[in-house]
Write a protein that binds this ligand. Structure first.
Ligand code: NAD
Ligand code: UFG
Length: 338
């Protein structure tokens, strides 16, 4: 079998690290790049430890096109998985230019180098945020798109750019993956999500309360039209998400054309249900404080996961209990992160 090589941008990040493990374990040679703006160099040896295989790694900003070209010339890259970017909604409102520069200009820079080097297979990390406030659930890929903040707009802009690129040159094969809410960690407890500041997202916040780093969880909103008044989301185990990238790459290798798919479980879980599951998994009590709705939040969002199954033969395997157990093991073993 000829060796397949994949360039992974954002390789030391939360989703990137889990995907590198999965790629290595499935016969890909992995060349990772990251500027460590939101991750630690300690991640790379842990990826290798889990996979029991080596990977290449270069500390690099994707906007550094000459260094990027140099790497692509040295390595024989079959495809690229593009995670690198900034991801905080609130930070994007405060620093919009950073988000457009990193996420949009960074993607332009990467795509130009790929075009120049004749690499035409790409998997792009998009987000369910592009659905804005869904008019109905489960959300299918045909649902209308919109954005209410600079982060969401940066994802939409890149999606639109990719669509124009495909129209200009049919030899591109691009998988746009719209993630729902990634949570959990590798079951080894060696890699996981390690927010630099106060976590914005639910599961890392719950985990920090459980481990004693924070006194309580604020539950934003108690009067949404949901099962218990709290917000409902589609939480997906990060290892299932990583496997989705493998399936997307396999599709790109074997079929011409491009596609957009949701990666979610198809199941909605409320904040209070997530808290109960985490308490069960950790054996800890999570003190709660009811708080006002968080500005910009929606009541309910979960995926239609049908297209991913039909097109990629992929579906999420892990349920909420395993998401919480694995997230807890990571947090418990690494109370202060990496
Ligand atoms: P993350 O911050 O853990 O990982 C992103 C990585 O990219 C980090 O290691 C960071 O250092 C690196 N990076 C950022 N800008 C870079 C640049 N200019 N050059 C090189 N490296 C750079 O985030 P994540 O949760 O792993 O998310 C990965 C991708 O998935 C992002 O594009 C994000 O927007 C998208 N996404 C994430 C979520 C989520 O909830 N985690 C949901 C939907 C989509
Ligand atoms: N929540 C709380 N307390 C917290 C944090 C969150 O009650 O401290 C609630 C929220 O109100 C929401 C649910 O938990 O009902 C999930 O919130 P997250 O912030 O974890 O996830 P969101 O769905 O709001 O946002 C995430 C990413 C966005 C992305 C979006 C869609 O953070 O970047 O999913 O993919 F755009």
């Amino acid at each position: 079998m000829s060796e397949r090589s994949v360039l992974v941008t954002g390789a030391s990040g939360y989703i990137g690290s889990h995907t590198c493990v999965c790629l290595l374990q499935n016969g890909w040679r992995v060349i990772g790049i990251d500027n460590f703006s939101n991750s630690s160099p300690k991640v790379i040896p842990r990826i290798e430890q889990i996979a029991q295989l080596p990977m290449s790694f270069h500390r690099l900003d994707i906007r550094d096109t000459s260094a990027l070209s140099e790497i692509l010339r040295q390595e024989h890259i079959t495809a690229v998985v593009h995670f690198a970017g900034l991801k905080s909604v609130s930070e994007s409102v405060a620093k919009p230019l950073d988000y457009f520069d990193n996420n949009v200009c960074g993607s332009v820079a990467l795509l130009r180098v790929l075009q120049q080097e004749g690499i035409r297979k790409l998997v792009f990390s998009s987000s369910a945020t592009v659905y804005g406030e869904p008019t109905s659930v489960p959300v299918t890929e045909e649902a209308s798109t919109s954005a209410t903040n600079p982060y969401g707009r940066s994802k939409l802009m890149v999606e639109q750019m990719l669509s124009d690129l495909i129209n200009s040159d049919a030899t591109w094969r691009i998988a746009t993956l719209r993630y729902f809410n990634p949570v959990g960690a590798h079951e080894s407890g060696l890699i996981g999500e390690d927010p630099r500041d106060v976590p914005n997202n639910l599961m890392p916040f719950i985990a920090q309360v459980a481990v004693g780093r924070r006194p309580q969880l604020q539950v934003f909103g108690d009067d949404y039209p949901t099962v218990d008044g709290s917000g409902v989301r589609d939480y997906i185990h990060v290892v299932d998400l990583a496997r989705g990238h493998l399936a997307a790459l396999d599709r790109l290798l074997n079929h011409a054309g491009s596609f957009t798919v949701n990666l979610g479980t198809g199941r909605g879980v409320s904040v209070l249900q997530a808290v109960a599951a985490f308490e069960q998994a950790s054996g800890r009590t999570i003190p709660l404080q009811r708080a006002a709705r968080r500005s910009g939040d929606i009541a309910t969002c979960y995926a239609s996961a049908t297209r991913a199954t039909e097109l990629l033969g992929w579906q999420a395997e892990y349920g909420l209990d395993k998401m919480c157990a694995d997230h807890w093991r990571w947090q418990h073993n690494n109370p202060d992160g990496y």
